[in-house]
Design a protein around this ligand. Structure first.
Ligand SMILES: [Zn+2]
Length: 62
């Protein structure tokens, strides 16, 4: 299994070198807490983390 890295700006998880969401290259492999957002509108976690799109995110990024 490929280790995913997390974007430090928007917390999106990716296996590429550039964040597919915000195009940031500021990515960090030291993250914890996988968050899967399916429905942004009904998710409290999405509101707390300021997530606007469904997807897989890290809860904490160092
Ligand atoms: Zn990002």
């Amino acid at each position: 299994m490929v280790k995913e890295i997390a974007c430090r700006k928007c917390k999106t998880l990716t296996i590429s070198r550039i964040c597919p969401n915000c195009k940031s290259k500021d990515l960090n492999p030291n993250w914890s807490g996988l968050v899967i957002i399916i429905d942004v509108d009904s998710s409290q976690i999405a509101k707390i983390l300021n997530i606007e799109k469904p997807g897989r995110y890290a809860l904490k990024v160092r």
